[in-house]
Design a protein around this ligand. Structure first.
Ligand SMILES: NC(=O)c1ccc[n+]([C@@H]2O[C@H](COP(=O)([O-])OP(=O)(O)OC[C@H]3O[C@@H](n4cnc5c(N)ncnc54)[C@H](O)[C@@H]3O)[C@@H](O)[C@H]2O)c1
Ligand SMILES: [Zn+2]
Ligand SMILES: [Zn+2]
Length: 345
């Protein structure tokens, strides 16, 4: 088969590799019918995620058809159409039993396209198939389902729920890529008074308005602190969500927050960020961070097509043979307007 293979920082290729086979009796082999690229894949290519080694097939989001199942797989059958989630769950460890699948200690967690071969391929081996896939309901488009593999649960769980967004809140979202936009979309479920999107790219800020932000700030030209202070009588945002993954944007999020507010970091960081305790210690600020668990996937699925119009995420389509162009388009989002690129066989 062909797959998108990582060959060290800045190096990747669409090349021929062995087709995956069942290894454990809880595995499934899924034929990939739609996959996509995540900001985390760009972090890997920058060298920010050193556990990813030369030869690894990238990708942790897919919709496809089950081709084979191991002898212990109970609920997933050959021919089923499934969502392959970015998080794999053994279902039995102490963390899985608390729905903290991202921290799975039984061999799951974020492993696809990270510690084992991923979904940017014609076929993928999915460990713990019963607890790591979701059936695609009849009537739900593959592209819509694909948005549940990572971005929607990430924005919702690590941004909105960890940040404790409440009705009436002023919510600042730093970074309006697919993850920040998912956090904006998820925040609208709680009726905040203002959602302020902050990004360097006007194209992303235009998208943020469509996803529910009522105030947009281009922080290359405008001062987000001044704008947030203007909206909050000088207090600061109730919730500040970091959805970039840079020291500067984490530090910005901590300056925007009111006393007793919540800073929810979503970004994958490759460098240390400074925690300004000298300014924060007396302000009773809660700072959370996290790898997505995907426990909210069933909830979000019920909201698809109703409160959550996810079709607007998909801006570009590519065949798998043009994976290099798909990466190029996604990585130059400020110029191309790309949000999510869908790649199909
Ligand atoms: N915690 C998790 O489980 C999890 C899961 C998936 C993705 N992520 C991370 O979330 C982050 C966002 O992912 P994405 O797919 O939206 O990425 P992306 O690269 O598409 O979007 C990042 C956005 O940040 C903006 N930006 C860059 N520098 C900025 C600055 N100084 N100020 C304001 N905006 C700035 C960019 O213009 C872009 O719109 C990444 O770090 C990604 O790795 C985390
Ligand atoms: Zn991801
Ligand atoms: Zn587990």
């Amino acid at each position: 088969m062909y797959a998108l293979v990582y060959h060290g920082p800045g190096q990747k290729a669409w090349e021929e590799v062995p087709t995956p086979v069942l290894i454990d009796d809880t595995d499934a082999i899924v034929r990939v019918e739609a996959t996509t690229i995540c900001g985390s894949d760009l972090h890997i290519l920058k060298g920010d995620v050193p556990e990813v080694t030369d030869g690894r097939i990238l990708g942790h989001e897919a919709v496809g058809t089950v081709e084979q199942v191991g002898s212990s797989v109970k609920t997933v059958h050959v021919g089923d159409r499934v969502l392959v989630s970015c998080i794999t769950a053994c279902g039995a460890c102490r963390f899985c039993r608390q729905a903290r699948y991202g921290q799975c200690a039984g061999g799951g967690g974020w492993i696809l396209g990270h510690l084992i071969d991923g979904t940017q391929a014609e076929y993928v081996r999915v460990p713990f198939a019963d607890t790591s896939t979701y059936p695609v309901p009849v009537g739900v488009a593959d592209e819509d389902m694909l948005m549940l593999a990572d971005i929607l649960p990430t924005g919702y769980e690590v941004g909105v729920l960890n940040g404790h967004v409440q009705p009436g809140d002023v919510v600042a979202v730093v970074g309006a890529g697919p993850i920040g936009l998912s956090a904006i979309m998820g925040a609208t479920l709680f009726s905040p008074s203002h959602i302020v999107a902050i990004d360097l790219a006007d194209s992303r800020l235009d998208a943020a308005k469509q996803f529910g932000a009522d105030v947009t700030v281009n922080n290359s030209r405008e001062d987000p602190l001044e704008i947030i202070n203007g909206l909050t009588g000088g207090l600061g945002a109730d919730v500040a969500i970091e959805a970039v993954g840079l020291p500067a944007t984490f530090e910005l999020a901590t300056t925007l927050i009111r006393p007793c507010g919540h800073v929810a970091n979503i970004g994958v960081h490759g460098q240390p960020a400074t925690l300004h305790l000298e300014q924060l210690w007396a302000r009773d600020v809660t700072i959370t961070m996290g790898l997505v668990d995907t426990y909210s996937t069933p909830t979000l699925l019920r909201l698809l097509g109703r409160q959550l119009d996810v079709g607007r995420f998909v801006t570009h389509h590519f065949p798998m043979g043009e994976f290099a162009a798909a990466y190029d388009t996604f990585s130059r989002a400020a110029d191309t307007g790309a949000l999510k690129v869908v790649v199909t066989p």
